[in-house]
Write a protein that binds this ligand. Structure first.
Ligand code: MG
Length: 265
């Protein structure tokens, strides 16, 4: 099967804290030259879409902001559709500009939005979010990833904190980003209609077994996993999840397309 379009995870797939994954810039440039459409789909809640675009450009990736689809954008769209104005946003300061349409200072928020706060989490913040939900606020999880690869070790992502709030309140969070099918369908909808109509020919490429691989497969897409970022053989073996392909990194893509299409790249 030759992909008609690709969706790329960002952190751990196109870049890590150490910089761009070797060969990733060249791989995306090759796809661009061949006219293969792609989008970047990220659960990162540590940066606004604008800052993500700047980071990609800084690494040498030629990606338009319109080609970046974030869990935060999905969350904002959901809040708007519900007519919510007052929001308690537990996200990094660098992400707050994406929530500019909302009142973020109300003591009576209508929605609690949880992202990756990293080391800014503390008992007071988690307890405050707990009280808001107990007082009737909706609970939105921008993402519920378990962990990510930070610097040189795994680090807790937003998921464990979402789970804590669900456990304490007895309420289930609404998931905005990967692996929700709605997020994948929204990403597909930004591709040319003829491509979006055949999700199985669209490949999600990522380093997260649940958000990237399982989620994409359940939404009807094909999922290729990379051995970069948080990838671990033991976690894959124990997961019961079977990626449609496993690559050492996205740098393999041009060779792979050459093989699949029997064309020179
Ligand atoms: Mg990732």
């Amino acid at each position: 099967m030759t992909p008609r379009a690709l969706l790329f995870d960002l952190d751990g797939t196109l870049y890590t804290d150490a910089g761009p994954v070797p060969g990733a810039v060249e791989a995306l440039a090759a796809l661009r030259r061949r006219g293969v459409p792609f989008r970047c789909v990220t659960n990162t809640t540590r940066r606004s879409r604008r800052l993500l675009a700047e980071r990609l450009a800084g690494y040498g990736f030629a990606v338009e902001p319109a080609e970046i689809i974030t869990a935060v954008m999905s969350g904002v769209a959901l809040l708007r559709s519900r007519g919510v104005r007052r929001v308690a946003a537990y996200v990094a300061a660098e992400t707050l500009e994406d929530f500019g349409a909302f009142d973020l200072a109300s003591p009576r928020p209508e929605a609690v939005v949880v992202g990756d706060l990293g080391e800014a989490w503390n008992f007071g913040k988690l307890n405050q979010a707990f009280h808001h939900v107990m007082d009737g606020a909706d609970l939105l999880a921008l993402q519920r990833d378990r962990y990510w690869f930070k610097g040189d070790a795994l680090a807790l992502d937003a998921g464990p904190f979402v789970a804590a709030l669900e456990y304490a309140t007895g309420k289930s969070a609404v998931l905005c980003g990967k692996p929700s099918a709605a997020f994948y369908h929204a990403a597909l909808a930004t591709l040319p209609a003829a491509v979006a109509a055949r999700p199985r020919d669209v490949v999600m490429v990522g380093d997260d077994l649940w958000g990237d691989v399982e989620g994409a497969q359940q939404a009807g897409l094909t999922a290729w996993m990379v051995r970069t970022g948080k990838f671990r053989d033991d976690v894959l073996a124990a997961s019961g999840i079977t990626p449609d392909r496993i690559m050492s990194s996205v740098a393999e893509l041009p060779d792979l397309f050459r093989t699949l299409t029997s064309e020179s790249w």
